[in-house]
Write a protein that binds this ligand. Structure first.
Ligand code: AMP
Length: 307
């Protein structure tokens, strides 16, 4: 049983009301790998980096059971670089810089050893590259989950809609759901997006939790009310990694199990925001994850007597 994770491995510069970092490790696939590896090994990574990406960062991932055979290292170019600044409420951010660098001519190759994977996590990346990975798989995975963002909707909407037709689950935030569907109401947006390809849709609402839509059903997972949110970068990818990790571990892709999976995703994301970058995700143990999941159970558990 394995999980392929495709996405960026990057350097990020982040400014939040609590501090500023100039160059830390980030990238959609990095966060997915840190989160999913709590549940499933191996995580088979597909990405690209430049000559500046530190070997000890690669080793840290390998030590967690992440395979890097599908990570191309380009000797004479720089890694993808992203810079963002958060507003005071931390729910909104401005992208200041997106330097594609190595990503500009990335042509992902699925290694032979990854063939047969049952779960595919298409992390945030150019839609054409997400599609290329799907097309290279000799056997369709049991579940294909896709994450994306407004950046790709702005510059590659047609490609994005083509990939959508091939995936089972789409993960977007509320603004992106509105942009994709051209609907203001999230319920109407969900109905429309569910006609575009995916059978399941997850709409992330930052500190206001996440909604899971399937046919006429909807389920809500809250975000844990935290005293301090230090840096939300990567929370969406971490959510995706936790969600996918749980599904791959349990091998159950029913709507009922996806409900649990979005709680698991929310629990992992709640760790991610506690420190800058991937720092907190590197520290947590299985016990920490279980304790946090228990907090979620307490958060949403209530009794009612209906007459
Ligand atoms: P999130 O906060 O979950 O949206 O993820 C932030 C991470 O995504 C950062 O570590 C960035 O390096 C990475 N990222 C930012 N913009 C893009 C993009 N256009 N494509 C792929 N990854 C990106």
């Amino acid at each position: 049983m394995s999980l392929i994770s495709v996405g960026t491995m990057a350097f990020d510069a982040i400014e939040t009301p609590f501090g500023k970092v100039d160059r830390i490790i980030g990238g959609s696939a990095t966060y997915v790998a840190y989160a999913a590896s709590n549940f499933i090994k191996p995580v088979q990574q597909i990405s690209i980096v430049g000559n500046d990406f530190p070997q000890d960062e690669m080793d840290a991932l390998i030590n967690r059971g992440v395979e890097l055979d599908g990570v191309e290292v380009v000797p004479d170019k720089k890694s993808f670089f992203w810079s963002g600044k958060y507003h005071i409420d931390m729910n909104t951010r401005d992208t200041l810089i997106t330097d594609l660098n190595v990503l500009a001519d990335f042509n992902p190759i699925v290694p032979e050893s990854y063939q047969g994977a049952e779960f595919l996590m298409l992390g945030n990346l150019m839609p054409s590259l997400q599609l290329s990975v799907i097309k290279q798989l000799q056997k369709r995975p049991k579940l294909i989950v896709m994450d994306t963002m407004n950046f790709w909707m702005d510059i590659a909407m047609d490609d994005l809609k083509t990939v959508l037709k091939e995936v089972d689950v789409l993960l977007v935030n509320d603004g992106e759901a509105r942009q994709l569907s051209e609907e203001v109401s999230l319920v109407k947006a969900a109905r429309k997006i569910l006609t575009m390809g995916p059978k399941f849709l997850i709409i992330k609402k930052g500190e206001h939790g996440a909604l899971l839509f399937h046919e006429n059903h909807v389920f809500f997972a809250p975000a844990l009310p935290l005293e301090e949110v230090f840096d939300p970068t990567g929370a969406g990818d971490t959510f995706a990694g936790g969600f996918m990790g749980h599904l791959a571990k349990t091998k159950d892709i029913s709507f009922e199990n996806m409900k649990t999976a979005i709680i698991v995703g929310s629990a992992l994301a709640s760790f991610c925001v506690e420190k800058f970058g991937t720092e907190r995700l590197r520290e947590i143990t299985q016990e920490d994850v279980n304790a946090r999941l228990n907090e979620f159970v307490q958060l949403v558990n209530f009794d009612i007597n209906l007459v």
